[in-house]
Design a protein around this ligand. Structure first.
Ligand SMILES: [Zn+2]
Length: 240
């Protein structure tokens, strides 16, 4: 029993330390700048070009009717893969991740801020790189934070993945989207439109774009009463 008790105390201690590191990650990042409503931490010096990247993030976020420019957005660059692993639910393969539940922080993988690019998670070139600079990834994750401001910290559990990711990509792309071209790719069953195969959210973006701009739905309506995804796909394919 004593052994079990010691194990329980040790486990609880590790969990509390982990929770503390998630809630307050700042001490693990040596470099910091503040710019407009952004607070940025990194484990490497932050080049001055960060302001250009953040200006482009703002341009993208302004395409969202839910965006509140006075609320701070906290971004942490995890150039060391162990930091991304720590904040990325024990995986270092993602481009970025938003903690929408605890601290509402954004974590971004190793990046070249001056070139406005992320370093791909594996040895292959980044899929859809032309449409996905670093500013896109930050804006995408920031949109998840904005969704959590609007709908609550655990709202992602209520909303279908295609809605929350589709809207994050809609905002993240900042208008860089050709509806007709992507509809054609969908009809042709192009692998780019398969989220599992491509790892990109073009299909979800197309569905949300359709509801906003072809059906005239408000963002709140889409989140409150999302239609069935298969019905949305059928309607998109049936367009004249
Ligand atoms: Zn996302």
């Amino acid at each position: 029993m004593a052994y079990l008790k010691r194990f329980g105390i040790a486990f609880a201690s590790v969990f509390l330390v982990y929770l503390g590191v998630l809630i307050y990650p700042q001490p693990l990042f040596n470099y910091y700048i503040a710019y407009q409503n952004y607070k940025v931490w990194s484990d490497r010096p932050i080049p001055p070009d960060i302001t250009h990247v953040l200006d482009d993030v703002t341009r993208r976020l302004k395409t969202s009717t839910l965006y509140e420019p006075d609320r701070p957005l906290r971004i942490f660059f995890c150039n060391a893969s162990w930091r991304l692993w720590l904040y990325g639910h024990f995986s270092n393969k993602m481009a970025g991740i938003a903690d929408t539940c605890l601290a509402r922080n954004i974590y971004i993988r190793e990046s070249d801020i001056t070139l406005n690019t992320i370093h791909p998670p594996n040895s292959k070139p980044l899929t859809d790189a032309e449409h996905r600079p670093l500013s896109y990834f930050i804006a995408h994750e920031a949109t998840h934070i904005i969704e959590s401001w609007r709908f609550g910290r655990f709202a992602f559990m209520r909303h279908p993945l295609w809605v929350s990711e589709g809207y994050a990509d809609y905002v993240g792309k900042g208008g860089d989207f050709d509806f007709d071209e992507n509809r054609k790719l969908l009809i042709e069953n192009d692998p780019l439109m398969d989220v599992q195969k491509s790892g990109v959210y073009r299909r979800f973006h197309l569905e949300v774009f359709f509801l906003l701009h072809k059906k005239g739905f408000a963002v709140d309506t889409i989140f409150a009463h999302p239609p069935r995804e298969e019905d949305v796909i059928a309607e998109i394919k049936a367009l004249p």
